[in-house]
Ligand binder design. Structure first.
Ligand SMILES: Cc1cc2nc3c(=O)[nH]c(=O)nc-3n(C[C@H](O)[C@H](O)[C@H](O)COP(=O)(O)OP(=O)(O)OC[C@H]3O[C@@H](n4cnc5c(N)ncnc54)[C@H](O)[C@@H]3O)c2cc1C
Length: 443
């Protein structure tokens, strides 16, 4: 069956992570007919990891990666950068799932983080990865209860962590907004756009068999033993295609009415002056996820800026609007002002939104969807680590490399069918509204 693409991605406004990097070299755009052994569509965590793993599995094969936008412009370059090893179920009250499921997930997440670290080492990307763990912090009684439940669960799982009181949190962050927190050492934090662009560059430098084309949206995959993967100006002929486009799988007509398209939003301050940094105090860099999954994520980065992320919106049409970005910006300003009263003159320099893909049963969209066409997407908001994992595993599945984790990944089955419209949209919006309200001071 031919797969005609209904909608290309259109991520608005560059994220701070992307904008603070040097201007990238001009994009190479596909403008002719070429042949390849593998085509990977999408150059985010999933697609670039797929390409790297294929390079390992089939070193002599020609691999072409195509992205509709610049590498790092999509969600992979606009997220908060937490690669989390421990359970982090955004659809739960305190991130936990069942014990057996969580043990398995931790094993797989750590395998993916290990793989990410190996890319950082090979491509010299250390300045884009901080391996100091992360803090899950609470602001009120409700949040402290969620932290307690989470730490109980970590004990059950035999996982090590450290409990911080308000004083320790003030020493680390310079602010006294948080009542308590849990530090977990296995999480790594990346500068997402720097990391993603660095991997693309590393792949290109490490092998002449890799080609990456940017600003080259796929418009159609014409089926056949040899498939024709078409862009507006060119096409690639290949027997095997991996779709690493996350929620845009639905644009290709796949997993239809099974994927929930959610956006979340970030803002980054201007660079703080030396005086402002001194006034704030605390460490050079730190990262906090909220005890309540709908709360605010905050990072202080070594470039002397603060990044906040909060608010989820349900956008079934896979697009956010300038208005939503600007409305959410007001929530970011409030979260920032509440936490950083000593920085009242500091404003946000960049604001953006980005696309996440979730399923009702938290299952990924993974597997061979047509002969020679493979898909890996829908990481339920945790694509930094699970996109990396999905990229490794889809490459292994497609190239016939035995990996027992494939079975674990597909165990939950395929993403469950969504409720019929308009109930799905109304239900999702009500659910988000209620959960944002419950996040209280954590928001
Ligand atoms: C503000 C924000 C904060 C987040 N924080 C975190 C976090 O801290 N930790 C975490 O794990 N996750 C986080 N996420 C989620 C994470 O960013 C995503 O889950 C992750 O980017 C998914 O990776 P991916 O490679 O599968 O997909 P994407 O990053 O979406 O990459 C898919 C690529 O496919 C391309 N594409 C789509 N359609 C086509 C087409 N027709 N032709 C060619 N190319 C196409 C897109 O341009 C895109 O570059 C956050 C997301 C946002 C927006």
């Amino acid at each position: 069956m031919n797969l005609k693409v209904r909608k290309p991605p259109n991520d608005l406004a560059g994220s701070g992570w992307y904008e603070i990097l040097p201007e990238p070299p001009p994009p190479e755009i596909l403008d002719s007919t070429i042949n390849a052994d593998w085509v990977v569509i999408g150059g985010g965590f999933t697609g670039l990891t797929t390409a790297r793993r294929l390079l390992e599995n089939c070193p002599d094969d020609r691999i072409v990666v195509l992205d509709a936008q610049r590498i790092g412009w999509g969600a992979a370059g606009r997220n908060s950068g937490f690669m989390i090893d421990l359970p982090h179920d955004l659809q739960s009250k305190d991130y936990s799932g069942g014990t057996t499921r969580d043990r398995n997930q931790i094993k797989m997440n750590r395998f993916a983080i290990g793989y990410a670290k190996s890319m950082v080492n090979e491509y010299g990307l250390h300045s884009f990865m901080d391996t100091g763990g992360k803090i899950n912090a609470a602001t009120d009684v409700q949040g402290m209860n969620a932290l307690r439940a989470y730490s109980e669960h970590l004990r059950e799982l035999d996982e090590s962590f450290e409990e911080y009181d308000a004083q320790v949190l003030k020493e680390i962050t310079g602010i006294d907004y948080y009542a308590g927190g849990i530090h977990t050492p296995g999480c790594v934090q990346v500068q997402p756009a720097g990391y993603i662009r660095g991997i693309a560059q590393g792949l290109l430098q490490s092998s002449k068999n890799i080609k990456i084309y940017e600003n080259s949206p796929i418009t159609e995959i014409v089926s056949g033993e040899t498939k024709r993967i078409k862009t507006p100006k060119g096409e690639v002929l290949s027997n095997r295609v991996v779709l690493a486009v996350n929620g845009h799988l639905e644009s290709f007509g796949l997993f239809s009415k099974r994927l929930m398209h959610v956006f979340t939003y970030g803002s980054m301050t201007r660079q703080l002056s030396v005086d402002e940094l001194n006034r704030l105090g605390g460490r050079d860099q730190w990262g906090i996820t909220p005890a309540h999954p709908m709360g605010t994520t905050v990072r202080k980065v070594k470039e002397g800026r603060i990044v906040v992320r909060n608010v989820f919106t349900y956008n079934g049409n896979m697009e956010t609007t300038k208005d939503q970005v600007s409305q959410t910006g007001k929530r970011h300003d409030k979260a920032f002002r509440n936490r950083f009263p000593m920085l009242k003159d500091v404003s946000m320099e960049y604001r953006w939104g980005g696309h996440l893909c979730l399923s009702l049963n938290s299952a990924p969209a993974f597997g061979e969807v047509e002969k020679g066409v493979f898909a890996s997407g829908c990481q339920n908001g945790l694509g930094a680590v699970q996109g990396t994992l999905g990229g490794i595993l889809i490459a292994d599945l497609a190239s016939g490399r035995d990996n027992p984790m494939i079975k674990s990944l597909i165990e939950p089955g395929e993403p469950a069918k969504l409720y019929p419209e308009p109930f799905m949209t109304i239900g999702a919006k009500m659910n988000l509204w209620w959960n944002h309200l419950r996040a209280g001071k954590d928001l």
